[in-house]
Design a protein around this ligand. Structure first.
Ligand code: ZN
Length: 283
């Protein structure tokens, strides 16, 4: 100990040390870490839901006949690892039955598409490719309820509203999905024809849509915030509990000790320091 300091200064230093020792920020490091984690989780989940799959983007293959396998082969030749889309809807032109929805590796892993030039829409859009050339051919009547059901199933799973249904040409310089595919017709099919989809096709499509790993458990913004808030309150609740407990303990110790040297609660330290300062001013 430095012998040159006054008793007042010694007390002040002692109290300072003690107040540090029971500072709630330093004392409950783990709980504060949980609280910080909660905030990060809430933000991350909010971002994830906000950033991923907030729209559906419709494409056509601009070919008469195709399916996931043939598109994958073609895109692999162009240097991609998988078909560029998340899902392929069959027009029945190959051994894949009409209306069957084929989830690609990108859908099963819920990863980005490579279907448009705009990175943002590759990251945030679910890309559905409908087999057929709708620049040269009208959409056959039997395809309309099939398309409607597939789109509705995806909308329901990912919570995507009608005003977030886009065509490739809405987000890039292209005619895709063709001049016979108009937004007005498409929205009409989606709104009125989904329940006209044959039951066996609807069942297959539902199964394909549910195949994504976050099936039914996609974290919504609200769920993310609720989870984060719950963690936060859990951590803060324990911090408050322990802190109040320590205040009681210290108050008890203070009562038992005549000098008051046993306490270390910051509030009491403050009061004690004020009285010291008052004494100093008088002295
Ligand atoms: Zn396209």
């Amino acid at each position: 100990m430095d012998r040159n300091i006054s008793i007042g200064e010694f007390h002040r230093r002692l109290l300072e040390e003690k107040s540090k020792a029971c500072c709630p920020v330093k004392k409950y490091k783990l709980l504060w870490l949980i609280a910080a984690l909660a905030v990060i989780i809430a933000f991350a989940m909010t971002w994830f839901q906000e950033a991923r799959f907030n729209c559906i983007i419709i494409h056509h293959t601009a070919s008469k006949t195709d399916n996931y396998a043939s598109i994958k082969r073609y895109h692999k030749k162009k240097g991609l690892r998988d078909a560029a889309y998340h899902l392929v809807l069959s027009n029945g032109s190959t051994d894949i039955p009409l209306g069957n929805l084929e989830p690609t590796g990108r859908y099963l892993a819920l990863t980005h598409a490579m279907a448009v030039r705009d990175v943002k829409y590759n990251l945030t859009g679910l890309h559905l490719c409908i087999v057929g050339n709708y620049e040269t051919n009208e959409v056959p009547g039997y395809m309309k309820p099939v398309i409607a059901h597939a789109v509705r199933a995806l909308q329901n799973k990912f919570g995507i509203p009608d005003d977030r249904l886009f065509f490739h040409r809405d987000v890039g310089k292209t005619k895709c999905p063709g001049k016979y595919f108009t937004k007005k017709d498409f929205l009409y099919w989606v709104r009125t024809m989904a329940d006209q989809c044959p039951a066996s096709i609807a069942a297959q499509q539902n199964e394909a849509v549910a195949a994504a790993p976050l099936s039914g458990g996609m974290v919504t913004i609200q769920q993310g915030i609720v989870m984060g808030a719950a963690l936060l309150f859990f951590a803060l609740g324990w911090i408050a509990f322990f802190h109040i407990l320590s205040v009681f303990r210290q108050s008890k110790a203070l009562k038992e000790s005549k000098t008051g040297a046993g306490h270390c609660h910051p509030l009491l330290v403050g009061i004690t320091l004020t009285s010291f300062n008052g004494m100093g001013a008088k002295g």
